[in-house]
Design a protein around this ligand. Sequence first.
Ligand code: TXA
Ligand code: MG
Length: 323
Amino acid sequence: MTVELATQLLTADAAGIAAAARCLTAGGLAAFPTETVYGLGADAGNGEAVARLYAAKGRPAFNPLIAHVVDSAAALQVGIFNPDAERLAAAFWPGPLTLVLPKQKDCGVSDLALAGLDSVAIRVPAHRTARALLAAFGRPVVAPSANRSGHVSPTSAAHVLGDLRGRIDLVIDGGPCTVGVESTIVSCLGAPTLLRPGGLPREAIERVLGRPLALAAVPEDDAPLAPGMLSSHYAPRADVRLDAQDARADEALLAFGQAPAHRGLTLNLSPRGDLVEAAANLFSHLRALDASGTRHIAVMTIPHEGLGEAINDRLARAAAPKP
Ligand code: TXA
Ligand code: MG
């Protein structure tokens, strides 16, 4: 049985941040903005809080969580850095990059949050509200995207409430997320490997490493390297047709750049064809089209460069057959 909570909406000021830190200390669930998407935070070291977090999301318990910390010094307490990881952290933290590293023995992240793995995913977000909360709390905060499992990630406090009202203690409203897609995940367990394209373009990472990222090995045992990468993870209710040149009468159109004439509903990711703007709009536009009640969404071609790789990855998942 789940208890209905009176979810509080807090402003992103000192009082709101202090209240959210107290909530985490008490084992509660506090959603907060990051530059990528809103996260649903819990005390990483509190297994019961983590269990409630999985329950609130309806997330399968095998899906490990990202530990968020305030800076690289805090990250050193959680994971074991090799030279590649040090270089990437120095170049891109704080920012939309998550590193998967061997975990420290006393990493402060519960086994439940790690789903039993010997590795840990670590991120230092750049958003000032996230950083203020992490500084006030003082220990790692695990935070998956603050949506019900299988739904699109939230990029506003209203999205969070739409999915999780009554299931979490509070959400801090920090306005819309500027990046709009989740962090890029790179494993540094061996040769640096791209596990999830995201808000930091692959090219930027490869420039710092001085060599190409390895591709994630296809797992043998059906246990995905990053289980959030399961097909149909970022799924709207409507079915999604990719690479559309135009839309049929019964479809809503998700456009990019100059949109063809369409009598039905059209939302444009970026009328000027800017991939950064498109990423920031991606999830909110998918949600808005879904909310319109349309059963079919046609999506125009998105260039597969820079943030386009992450956008196309999320769109491919949205278009995958539903389980
Ligand atoms: O931008 C983001 O990363 C957001 C914000 C809130 O920080 N968080 C986020 O978390 O996207 P989540 O839980 O929705 O996605 C985390 C991904 C999952 O695919 C998970 O399987 C993977 O990270 N992951 C976590 N720990 C891992 C590990 N040790 N090895 C491989 N993948 C891991
Ligand atoms: Mg997620």
